[in-house]
Design a protein around this ligand. Sequence first.
Ligand code: MRU
Length: 357
Amino acid sequence: MTISSSRHDDHGLQSVRWAGDRLELLDQRLLPEEIRYLELTTPEQVWEAIRELAVRGAPAIGIAAAYGIYLGIRDREEDPARLAQEVRRIGDYMATSRPTAVNLFWAIDRMVRLADNLAASSADAEAFRSALLEEAHKIFQEDEETNRLIGEHALTLLQDNMGILTHCNAGGLATAKYGTALAPLYLAKERGWNLKVYADETRPVLQGARLTAFELMQAGIDVTLITDNMAGYVMSKGWVQAVIVGTDRVAANGDVANKIGTYSLAVLARAHGIPFYVACPLSTIDLNTPDGSHIPIEERPEQEVTEGFGKRTAPQGVKVFNPAFDVTPHEYVTAIITEKGIVKAPYEENLRKLFES
Ligand code: MRU
């Protein structure tokens, strides 16, 4: 894989971009110190970028995987039936990169379904390949529009001058643009509101410190960084009027998987009478997963905890548990904000309705 350094322009940071003949991913492992794009030309490189968190955040992972599938077939000359088999094979492979964010499987599924349909029609190989590239572009572009709508709906729950607490990074870096949880903050800024944002640092990979604080500062939004264990104190001071987070998967009953630490925040929010909002596209809602206990929770290398960012901070040989996500039971979720509107309990029934209209 080649690497290019580039300054980001006035349009802000772009986590994923298609450069005509290659996929470019902003290497999020290097932020906030360095802005560098990876230039990827094979599915294996995309798989590794997802696995190693160069690209992360549920929607961005899905977008990257869709382009990764296209990269695997773009130089192949076989007939569409054979190409469709290859799409399925690469999709299965891409699905092994990370287990929790359902957007990954959703995007792979879209590519595989399209490939099967094209194989069943009279498309030739060239039409097949360009339709798959077009589908990856669509997944990318729809995400931007979806997030703007999420932001509009979320804004109806907020008011000027509120204090907002967020966890991990569910911003532009985690999506095509705007983010999910951070979308209303960008729209509020456009409208001249003054929200005060508290960003949890988000141990152990520090998405809050490295990414959320960084992108909000770039946008001129008032952000204060706190460590995760400060959230309760900040709430007790009366500085937080709403918690907004993203999610990697919402189960059919409204249980929410998100970055480790989200559950604790939801409990704290309840204890302080603060609403706890979850913002996500419909592609993050998985009606095939009945409840949170069925969501696969990724466990990551112990080095993230014992020697994150190069310095050993725990004794050699210590036992480590490092789940990347936790599940917040739906009882703690005040509302789920989607592009189709705001959903409240009873979640089982109301989430299903979203897909019926
Ligand atoms: O491990 P990460 O950085 O991929 O985790 C990301 C999150 O938990 C986000 O909150 C979630 O994917 C929503 S992104 C809009």
